[in-house]
Ligand binder design. Structure first.
Ligand code: PEP
Ligand code: MN
Length: 336
Protein backbone atom coordinates (compact mmCIF):
# COMPACT_ATOMS: atom_id res chain seq x y z
CA UNK A 1 0.00 0.00 0.00
CA UNK A 2 1.23 3.48 -0.86
CA UNK A 3 0.09 6.74 0.65
CA UNK A 4 0.31 9.63 -1.80
CA UNK A 5 0.64 12.93 0.07
CA UNK A 6 -0.94 16.17 -1.03
CA UNK A 7 1.36 18.56 -2.96
CA UNK A 8 1.14 21.13 -0.22
CA UNK A 9 2.47 18.83 2.52
CA UNK A 10 5.72 19.67 4.25
CA UNK A 11 8.11 17.69 6.42
CA UNK A 12 5.95 17.96 9.54
CA UNK A 13 2.90 16.46 7.87
CA UNK A 14 4.93 13.66 6.30
CA UNK A 15 6.40 12.89 9.71
CA UNK A 16 2.92 12.74 11.23
CA UNK A 17 1.76 10.09 8.75
CA UNK A 18 4.99 8.10 9.07
CA UNK A 19 4.64 8.03 12.86
CA UNK A 20 1.01 6.99 12.61
CA UNK A 21 1.84 4.07 10.34
CA UNK A 22 4.90 2.97 12.28
CA UNK A 23 2.97 3.06 15.54
CA UNK A 24 0.78 0.34 14.02
CA UNK A 25 3.89 -1.82 13.58
CA UNK A 26 4.46 -1.28 9.86
CA UNK A 27 7.64 -0.13 8.14
CA UNK A 28 7.66 2.90 5.86
CA UNK A 29 9.68 4.09 2.93
CA UNK A 30 9.40 7.76 2.10
CA UNK A 31 10.14 8.79 -1.43
CA UNK A 32 10.25 12.51 -2.14
CA UNK A 33 9.77 12.90 -5.86
CA UNK A 34 9.84 16.01 -8.00
CA UNK A 35 6.05 15.95 -8.28
CA UNK A 36 4.90 14.45 -5.02
CA UNK A 37 5.92 12.57 -1.91
CA UNK A 38 4.79 9.00 -1.45
CA UNK A 39 5.02 6.84 1.65
CA UNK A 40 5.32 3.13 1.01
CA UNK A 41 3.95 0.77 3.67
CA UNK A 42 5.63 -2.55 4.24
CA UNK A 43 4.16 -5.13 6.57
CA UNK A 44 0.71 -6.29 7.62
CA UNK A 45 -1.66 -3.68 6.18
CA UNK A 46 -4.64 -5.06 8.11
CA UNK A 47 -3.16 -3.34 11.17
CA UNK A 48 -4.20 0.08 9.92
CA UNK A 49 -7.62 1.45 9.10
CA UNK A 50 -7.49 2.32 5.41
CA UNK A 51 -10.49 4.65 5.42
CA UNK A 52 -9.10 6.56 8.39
CA UNK A 53 -5.83 7.25 6.55
CA UNK A 54 -7.63 8.02 3.31
CA UNK A 55 -9.58 10.77 5.01
CA UNK A 56 -6.64 12.45 6.68
CA UNK A 57 -6.23 16.01 5.33
CA UNK A 58 -2.58 15.40 4.39
CA UNK A 59 -3.40 12.39 2.22
CA UNK A 60 -4.24 12.70 -1.46
CA UNK A 61 -4.85 9.04 -2.26
CA UNK A 62 -3.97 5.46 -1.40
CA UNK A 63 -2.67 3.08 -4.04
CA UNK A 64 -2.55 -0.69 -3.57
CA UNK A 65 0.63 -2.37 -4.83
CA UNK A 66 -0.29 -5.89 -5.79
CA UNK A 67 3.22 -6.82 -6.97
CA UNK A 68 5.25 -9.10 -4.72
CA UNK A 69 8.17 -6.68 -4.85
CA UNK A 70 7.49 -3.42 -3.07
CA UNK A 71 10.70 -1.44 -2.65
CA UNK A 72 11.74 -2.17 -6.23
CA UNK A 73 8.35 -1.10 -7.59
CA UNK A 74 7.97 2.12 -9.54
CA UNK A 75 4.86 3.04 -7.52
CA UNK A 76 6.94 3.12 -4.37
CA UNK A 77 9.50 5.48 -5.91
CA UNK A 78 8.04 7.35 -8.88
CA UNK A 79 11.34 9.03 -9.85
CA UNK A 80 14.22 7.04 -11.36
CA UNK A 81 16.86 5.99 -8.89
CA UNK A 82 20.23 7.50 -9.71
CA UNK A 83 23.26 5.77 -8.26
CA UNK A 84 26.26 7.97 -7.59
CA UNK A 85 29.70 6.40 -7.34
CA UNK A 86 32.47 7.71 -5.10
CA UNK A 87 34.02 9.68 -7.99
CA UNK A 88 30.68 11.36 -8.76
CA UNK A 89 29.73 9.17 -11.74
CA UNK A 90 25.94 8.92 -12.00
CA UNK A 91 24.10 5.82 -13.23
CA UNK A 92 20.40 5.96 -14.08
CA UNK A 93 17.76 8.60 -14.62
CA UNK A 94 18.44 11.09 -17.37
CA UNK A 95 22.20 10.68 -17.21
CA UNK A 96 24.10 9.59 -20.31
CA UNK A 97 24.57 5.81 -20.56
CA UNK A 98 27.56 4.61 -18.59
CA UNK A 99 29.88 2.15 -20.30
CA UNK A 100 31.75 -0.37 -18.16
CA UNK A 101 34.43 -2.29 -20.01
CA UNK A 102 37.43 -4.53 -19.49
CA UNK A 103 38.54 -8.12 -19.62
CA UNK A 104 36.34 -11.02 -18.52
CA UNK A 105 38.87 -11.85 -15.85
CA UNK A 106 41.94 -10.18 -14.38
CA UNK A 107 44.90 -12.17 -15.75
CA UNK A 108 47.99 -10.09 -15.00
CA UNK A 109 49.01 -6.47 -14.53
CA UNK A 110 50.28 -5.90 -18.08
CA UNK A 111 47.06 -6.96 -19.79
CA UNK A 112 44.83 -5.29 -17.21
CA UNK A 113 46.47 -1.88 -17.43
CA UNK A 114 46.74 -2.04 -21.22
CA UNK A 115 43.01 -2.75 -21.52
CA UNK A 116 42.10 -0.26 -18.76
CA UNK A 117 43.95 2.57 -20.48
CA UNK A 118 42.50 1.66 -23.86
CA UNK A 119 38.89 1.58 -22.63
CA UNK A 120 39.40 4.78 -20.67
CA UNK A 121 40.69 6.68 -23.68
CA UNK A 122 37.74 5.35 -25.70
CA UNK A 123 35.36 6.83 -23.13
CA UNK A 124 34.49 3.98 -20.77
CA UNK A 125 33.66 5.20 -17.27
CA UNK A 126 34.12 1.98 -15.26
CA UNK A 127 36.68 -0.84 -15.51
CA UNK A 128 35.36 -4.42 -15.30
CA UNK A 129 37.34 -7.53 -14.41
CA UNK A 130 36.50 -10.72 -12.54
CA UNK A 131 38.80 -11.85 -9.75
CA UNK A 132 36.63 -14.84 -8.89
CA UNK A 133 35.10 -16.54 -11.92
CA UNK A 134 32.02 -18.76 -11.98
CA UNK A 135 33.13 -21.46 -14.45
CA UNK A 136 31.08 -24.40 -15.67
CA UNK A 137 34.13 -26.64 -15.41
CA UNK A 138 36.07 -26.95 -12.16
CA UNK A 139 39.19 -27.45 -14.30
CA UNK A 140 38.87 -24.08 -16.06
CA UNK A 141 40.69 -20.95 -14.81
CA UNK A 142 38.93 -19.87 -11.62
CA UNK A 143 40.34 -16.35 -11.37
CA UNK A 144 43.25 -14.87 -9.40
CA UNK A 145 41.13 -14.27 -6.29
CA UNK A 146 42.52 -11.65 -3.92
CA UNK A 147 45.50 -11.00 -6.22
CA UNK A 148 42.95 -10.01 -8.89
CA UNK A 149 41.37 -7.44 -6.56
CA UNK A 150 44.82 -6.08 -5.77
CA UNK A 151 45.55 -5.55 -9.47
CA UNK A 152 42.15 -3.95 -10.01
CA UNK A 153 42.80 -1.54 -7.14
CA UNK A 154 46.14 -0.64 -8.72
CA UNK A 155 44.50 -0.02 -12.10
CA UNK A 156 41.80 2.04 -10.34
CA UNK A 157 44.49 4.17 -8.74
CA UNK A 158 46.46 4.61 -11.95
CA UNK A 159 43.54 5.36 -14.30
CA UNK A 160 41.02 6.91 -11.91
CA UNK A 161 38.38 4.51 -13.23
CA UNK A 162 35.99 2.98 -10.67
CA UNK A 163 35.94 -0.82 -10.84
CA UNK A 164 33.27 -3.52 -10.97
CA UNK A 165 34.01 -7.13 -10.01
CA UNK A 166 32.02 -10.24 -9.16
CA UNK A 167 31.53 -11.45 -5.61
CA UNK A 168 30.74 -15.17 -5.41
CA UNK A 169 31.06 -15.87 -1.71
CA UNK A 170 29.96 -13.69 1.22
CA UNK A 171 33.18 -14.56 3.05
CA UNK A 172 35.09 -12.40 0.52
CA UNK A 173 32.92 -9.31 1.04
CA UNK A 174 35.38 -7.64 3.48
CA UNK A 175 38.05 -7.80 0.76
CA UNK A 176 35.72 -6.11 -1.74
CA UNK A 177 35.10 -3.31 0.73
CA UNK A 178 38.76 -2.97 1.61
CA UNK A 179 40.42 -2.77 -1.83
CA UNK A 180 37.84 -1.27 -2.71
CA UNK A 181 35.54 -2.47 -5.46
CA UNK A 182 33.19 0.37 -6.44
CA UNK A 183 30.39 -1.81 -7.79
CA UNK A 184 29.91 -5.35 -6.50
CA UNK A 185 28.66 -7.65 -9.24
CA UNK A 186 26.38 -10.55 -8.46
CA UNK A 187 26.58 -12.95 -11.37
CA UNK A 188 23.71 -14.64 -13.15
CA UNK A 189 24.35 -17.90 -11.33
CA UNK A 190 24.03 -16.26 -7.93
CA UNK A 191 20.96 -14.15 -8.63
CA UNK A 192 18.96 -16.34 -6.27
CA UNK A 193 21.67 -16.93 -3.70
CA UNK A 194 19.48 -15.38 -1.05
CA UNK A 195 21.96 -15.50 1.81
CA UNK A 196 24.47 -13.62 -0.37
CA UNK A 197 21.80 -11.07 -1.32
CA UNK A 198 20.97 -10.53 2.35
CA UNK A 199 24.63 -9.77 3.07
CA UNK A 200 24.59 -7.13 0.33
CA UNK A 201 21.54 -5.57 1.91
CA UNK A 202 23.64 -4.75 4.96
CA UNK A 203 26.24 -2.67 3.11
CA UNK A 204 26.07 0.70 1.42
CA UNK A 205 27.81 -0.12 -1.88
CA UNK A 206 26.34 -0.24 -5.36
CA UNK A 207 25.43 -3.78 -6.44
CA UNK A 208 25.20 -4.86 -10.09
CA UNK A 209 22.60 -7.60 -10.04
CA UNK A 210 22.68 -9.76 -13.14
CA UNK A 211 19.57 -11.53 -14.34
CA UNK A 212 19.64 -15.30 -13.78
CA UNK A 213 20.03 -17.60 -16.77
CA UNK A 214 16.38 -18.58 -16.71
CA UNK A 215 14.88 -16.02 -14.38
CA UNK A 216 11.70 -14.12 -15.13
CA UNK A 217 11.76 -10.36 -14.70
CA UNK A 218 9.61 -10.76 -11.60
CA UNK A 219 12.05 -13.23 -10.02
CA UNK A 220 14.89 -10.85 -10.84
CA UNK A 221 13.09 -7.94 -9.17
CA UNK A 222 12.38 -10.16 -6.15
CA UNK A 223 16.14 -10.72 -5.86
CA UNK A 224 16.69 -6.95 -6.00
CA UNK A 225 14.04 -6.71 -3.28
CA UNK A 226 16.23 -8.82 -0.96
CA UNK A 227 19.01 -6.22 -1.21
CA UNK A 228 16.65 -3.25 -0.90
CA UNK A 229 14.80 -4.81 2.03
CA UNK A 230 18.08 -5.06 3.92
CA UNK A 231 18.56 -1.30 3.59
CA UNK A 232 20.87 -0.99 0.58
CA UNK A 233 19.10 1.08 -2.06
CA UNK A 234 21.97 1.04 -4.57
CA UNK A 235 20.93 -1.72 -6.95
CA UNK A 236 21.70 -1.64 -10.68
CA UNK A 237 20.03 -4.36 -12.73
CA UNK A 238 21.91 -6.04 -15.59
CA UNK A 239 20.27 -7.99 -18.39
CA UNK A 240 22.84 -10.47 -19.78
CA UNK A 241 20.77 -12.78 -21.92
CA UNK A 242 18.54 -15.66 -20.97
CA UNK A 243 18.54 -19.28 -22.01
CA UNK A 244 16.27 -20.11 -24.92
CA UNK A 245 16.11 -22.69 -27.71
CA UNK A 246 18.51 -20.60 -29.82
CA UNK A 247 22.02 -21.98 -30.34
CA UNK A 248 23.67 -19.45 -32.66
CA UNK A 249 24.11 -17.07 -29.76
CA UNK A 250 25.34 -17.98 -26.27
CA UNK A 251 22.09 -16.70 -24.76
CA UNK A 252 19.20 -14.63 -26.09
CA UNK A 253 19.42 -10.94 -25.23
CA UNK A 254 16.06 -9.90 -23.84
CA UNK A 255 16.16 -6.22 -24.74
CA UNK A 256 12.48 -5.93 -23.98
CA UNK A 257 13.56 -6.15 -20.35
CA UNK A 258 14.61 -2.48 -20.63
CA UNK A 259 11.17 -0.92 -21.19
CA UNK A 260 9.56 -3.51 -18.90
CA UNK A 261 11.95 -2.70 -16.05
CA UNK A 262 11.55 1.02 -16.69
CA UNK A 263 7.81 0.62 -16.26
CA UNK A 264 7.83 -1.75 -13.29
CA UNK A 265 10.78 -0.34 -11.37
CA UNK A 266 12.76 2.82 -10.63
CA UNK A 267 16.09 0.97 -10.60
CA UNK A 268 18.68 1.58 -13.32
CA UNK A 269 19.19 -1.19 -15.87
CA UNK A 270 22.29 -1.85 -17.94
CA UNK A 271 22.92 -4.39 -20.69
CA UNK A 272 25.71 -6.95 -21.01
CA UNK A 273 25.79 -7.72 -24.74
CA UNK A 274 28.99 -9.80 -24.44
CA UNK A 275 27.61 -12.63 -22.31
CA UNK A 276 24.26 -12.34 -24.09
CA UNK A 277 25.49 -13.09 -27.61
CA UNK A 278 28.83 -14.77 -26.88
CA UNK A 279 30.47 -13.67 -30.15
CA UNK A 280 32.44 -10.42 -30.52
CA UNK A 281 31.01 -9.65 -33.94
CA UNK A 282 27.43 -9.46 -32.63
CA UNK A 283 28.37 -7.22 -29.71
CA UNK A 284 28.37 -3.81 -31.49
CA UNK A 285 24.87 -4.23 -32.97
CA UNK A 286 23.35 -5.24 -29.64
CA UNK A 287 25.23 -2.50 -27.75
CA UNK A 288 23.75 0.12 -30.05
CA UNK A 289 20.29 -1.41 -29.81
CA UNK A 290 20.60 -1.36 -26.01
CA UNK A 291 21.41 2.35 -25.97
CA UNK A 292 18.48 3.15 -28.22
CA UNK A 293 16.18 1.00 -26.06
CA UNK A 294 16.83 3.35 -23.13
CA UNK A 295 19.31 1.29 -21.11
CA UNK A 296 21.26 3.21 -18.48
CA UNK A 297 24.53 1.66 -19.53
CA UNK A 298 26.48 -1.27 -20.92
CA UNK A 299 29.06 -3.70 -19.61
CA UNK A 300 31.29 -4.93 -22.42
CA UNK A 301 34.20 -7.37 -22.46
CA UNK A 302 37.37 -5.99 -24.08
CA UNK A 303 40.75 -7.69 -24.42
CA UNK A 304 43.96 -6.62 -26.12
CA UNK A 305 44.65 -10.16 -27.29
CA UNK A 306 41.36 -12.10 -27.26
CA UNK A 307 42.90 -15.20 -28.86
CA UNK A 308 45.04 -15.64 -25.74
CA UNK A 309 42.42 -14.58 -23.16
CA UNK A 310 42.05 -16.86 -20.13
CA UNK A 311 38.27 -16.64 -20.36
CA UNK A 312 35.59 -15.65 -22.91
CA UNK A 313 38.09 -14.52 -25.61
CA UNK A 314 35.58 -15.18 -28.39
CA UNK A 315 33.21 -12.52 -27.13
CA UNK A 316 35.79 -9.84 -26.33
CA UNK A 317 36.15 -6.77 -28.51
CA UNK A 318 39.64 -5.58 -29.41
CA UNK A 319 40.32 -2.00 -28.22
CA UNK A 320 40.12 -0.57 -31.75
CA UNK A 321 36.64 -1.96 -32.38
CA UNK A 322 35.57 -0.90 -28.89
CA UNK A 323 36.70 2.66 -29.67
CA UNK A 324 34.69 2.72 -32.87
CA UNK A 325 31.66 1.37 -31.00
CA UNK A 326 32.02 4.07 -28.35
CA UNK A 327 31.81 6.75 -31.03
CA UNK A 328 28.54 5.26 -32.30
CA UNK A 329 27.18 4.91 -28.77
CA UNK A 330 27.89 8.56 -28.00
CA UNK A 331 26.11 9.67 -31.15
CA UNK A 332 23.09 7.45 -30.45
CA UNK A 333 22.85 8.52 -26.82
CA UNK A 334 22.22 12.09 -27.97
CA UNK A 335 19.09 11.05 -29.83
CA UNK A 336 17.40 9.44 -26.84
C1 PEP B 1 30.76 -11.93 -15.92
O1 PEP B 1 30.25 -10.82 -16.15
O2 PEP B 1 31.97 -12.08 -15.76
C2 PEP B 1 29.89 -13.12 -15.84
C3 PEP B 1 30.35 -14.28 -15.43
O3 PEP B 1 28.63 -12.88 -16.25
P1 PEP B 1 27.27 -13.69 -15.98
O4 PEP B 1 27.13 -13.85 -14.52
O5 PEP B 1 26.25 -12.83 -16.60
O6 PEP B 1 27.42 -15.00 -16.71
MN1 MN C 1 33.04 -13.32 -19.28
Amino acid sequence: MIIVMRHTCGAEQIKKIVEFVEAAGLKTQVSKGEERTVIGLIGDKTKIDRSLVENMPEVDEIIEVSKPYKRAAREMHPDDTVIVLENGLKIGGKNTPVVMAGPCTVENWEILIEVAEAVKSAGAAVLRGGAWKPRTSPYAFQGLGEEGLKLLARAREKTGLPVVSELMDAKDLPLFLRYPVDIIQIGARNMQNFSLLKELGRIDKPVLLKRGLSATIEEWLMSAEYILAGGNSKVILCERGIRTIEKYTRNTLDLSAVPVIKKMSHLPIIIDPSHAVGHWDYVPAMSKAAVVSGADGLIIEVHSNPEKAACDGGQCLKPKLFSALMRDIKALAEYR
